[in-house]
Design a protein around this ligand. Structure first.
Ligand code: A3P
Length: 331
C-alpha cells in the first residue's frame, strides 16, 4: 500500500487484519484519505481506519458492560490520558493509602490501567471474556455515543466524556501523528490536517458529531453520562474533580477534603508527574506501536495559536459554531 511506504504505521491505522465480513462491508462504505494519505472509511456516520473498524464491529456485537463499570469516553487528543488517570485514582483512592509508593499510576501508563474497548480489548479479533473482569472495571473508548448507546442498553454503568477545543485537539493530533509515524511534520501535513478537520474527515470524527452525541446524552440522562471539558479541569481542577467524584458515586468526605486528598490525586495525575515517571518515559504502548511518552506533551489550552493563523482559527471556530447551533453547547 503506497501510503505505508517509508512510513511507520501502527497496526490500528492499517488495513491488514480484516475478516471477510469486514472487507465486504468496507467495499460498500464511503472512503477518504487522512493527512498521510491513509484510507479512512465511514461507518454509521463516523470515520475509522479499517483495522479499527474491524474492532468496532466486534465491540458492537460483543461488548456488554456491567452496571458497576465505568467508561471513560473522549474524542482523541481531548485529554483521555488525564481523565483515565483521574478516574482510576479517584475510584482506587482507599486502596493505596497505606502504600502510596505501590500506586499503579506510578508504575503503569494510564492506558494500560484503563484499556480502550475498541483499540485494546476487542482489537485483532480478540473477544475478551468480560465475566472474568472484576466488578467496577474501567474501560476507555473513542466510539461515538450512538454506537456506545447500543452496547449499554439497559445497563446503568457510568460514562464520563471529555472534550476539548477543536483547534487544540487538531494541533495535538498533528503533533501526535508526527511522533507515531516517526516523522518531522511540516506545513504541508498541518494544512492537510486543517483540511481534514474542516471537512470532518478524521479518525472517530466528525469532531462535532462525536462531541454532540455525548453532550445530548448527558442532558437526557445526566445520571449516566457526565460531560467534562479539558479547559475547565485545567482552570478549576478541584471543583471538577469533586464533580467527577460525586457523579461516580464516590464523593469526598469532609475528612478527605480537609486532609488534602484532592490535592494528592491532582498531583499524582498532573502532566508533570505522569510525564516524568519511568513507565511513561520509557514504556511502550504496543497497540500504538509507540512509546508511552507520546501521550504527554505540553498540555496547554490555546497551543493552537503557535501553529495556526488567526484566520485558520476563525474558520474552525465558525464551522464548529454552525455545527453546534441550537444544541446549547459552545466552545
Ligand atoms: P497536547 O498535545 O496539547 O500537549 P489524549 O490523552 O486524549 O491523547 O490527549 C493528549 C493531550 O492531553 C496532549 O495535549 C497531552 O499533552 C495532554 N495530557 C496528557 N496527560 C495530561 C495530564 N495529566 N494533564 C493535562 N494534560 C495532559
Amino acid at each position: 500500500m503506497d501510503a505505508y511506504q517509508n512510513l511507520h504505521v501502527p497496526s490500528y491505522i492499517r488495513d491488514d487484519n480484516l475478516s471477510e465480513e469486514c472487507k465486504n462491508l468496507i467495499s460498500s462504505l464511503p472512503k477518504d484519505k487522512d493527512l498521510m494519505g491513509i484510507t479512512l472509511c465511514n461507518y454509521k456516520g463516523f470515520w475509522y481506519y479499517p483495522n479499527t473498524l474491524q474492532a468496532i464491529l466486534d465491540v458492537e456485537k460483543n461488548f456488554r458492560p456491567r452496571d458497576t463499570d465505568i467508561i471513560v469516553a473522549s474524542f482523541p487528543k481531548s485529554g483521555t490520558t488525564w481523565l483515565k488517570a483521574l478516574v482510576f485514582a479517584l475510584v482506587q483512592r482507599g486502596k493505596y493509602r497505606a502504600n502510596p509508593k505501590g500506586h499503579p499510576l506510578l508504575h503503569e501508563n494510564p492506558h494500560d490501567l484503563v484499556p480502550f474497548v475498541d483499540i485494546d480489548l476487542y482489537y485483532n479479533g480478540q473477544i475478551p471474556d468480560l465475566t472474568k473482569f472484576p466488578n467496577h472495571s474501567l474501560f476507555g473508548t473513542h466510539m461515538p455515543m450512538s454506537l456506545l448507546l447500543e452496547t449499554v442498553k439497559g445497563v446503568s454503568c457510568k460514562i464520563v466524556y471529555i472534550c476539548r477545543n477543536m483547534k487544540d485537539v487538531m494541533v495535538s493530533n498533528w503533533r501526535f501523528r508526527g511522533m507515531l509515524h516517526h516523522k518531522d511534520m511540516h506545513g504541508d501535513t498541518l494544512d492537510a490536517m486543517f483540511d481534514s478537520y474542516r471537512r470532518g474527515v478524521h479518525f472517530y470524527g466528525p469532531f462535532w458529531d462525536n462531541v454532540l452525541g455525548y453532550w445530548k446524552q448527558s442532558l437526557e440522562n445526566p445520571k449516566q453520562v457526565l460531560f467534562m471539558r479539558y479547559e475547565e479541569i485545567k482552570e478549576n481542577p478541584k471543583a471538577q474533580l469533586k464533580r467527577l467524584a460525586e457523579f461516580l458515586g464516590c464523593p469526598f468526605s469532609e475528612e478527605e477534603e480537609e486532609s488534602g486528598t484532592m490535592d494528592e490525586i491532582l498531583e499524582l495525575c498532573s502532566l508533570r508527574n505522569l510525564r516524568d515517571l519511568e513507565a511513561n518515559r520509557h514504556g511502550k504502548k504496543t497497540r500504538f506501536d509507540a512509546d508511552c511518552s507520546v501521550f504527554f506533551r505540553k498540555g496547554e489550552a490555546g497551543d493552537w495559536k503557535n501553529h495556526l493563523t488567526h484566520d485558520m482559527g476563525r474558520e474552525l471556530d465558525e464551522i464548529v459554531k454552525e455545527k453546534l447551533q441550537g444544541s446549547g453547547l459552545k466552545f
